[in-house]
Design a protein around this ligand. Structure first.
Ligand SMILES: [Zn+2]
Length: 66
């Protein structure tokens, strides 16, 4: 599945928004670290992209993002 725009905060259940919000021009890369900031408790979460995250985007040349 593609890289999520938002995740749920593990601490407080709030919404964490991805930073940067826009996908990179050349697409996401495995090993790239994506930052999420919780709107409620302002915690930062760091997720590293792995192969599973890119499965959809890897198949074909079509745009992975609308
Ligand atoms: Zn939170």
């Amino acid at each position: 599945m593609p890289v999520a725009d938002t995740i749920t905060c593990v601490d407080c259940g709030g919404t964490c928004h991805r930073s940067p919000f826009e996908a990179p021009e050349l697409g996401w890369e495995v090993g790239q670290v994506v930052t999420y900031r919780c709107v409620d408790c302002h915690d930062m979460w760091y997720l590293e992209i792995d192969d599973d995250d890119l499965d959809d985007a890897a198949s074909g040349d079509g745009p992975a993002w609308p």
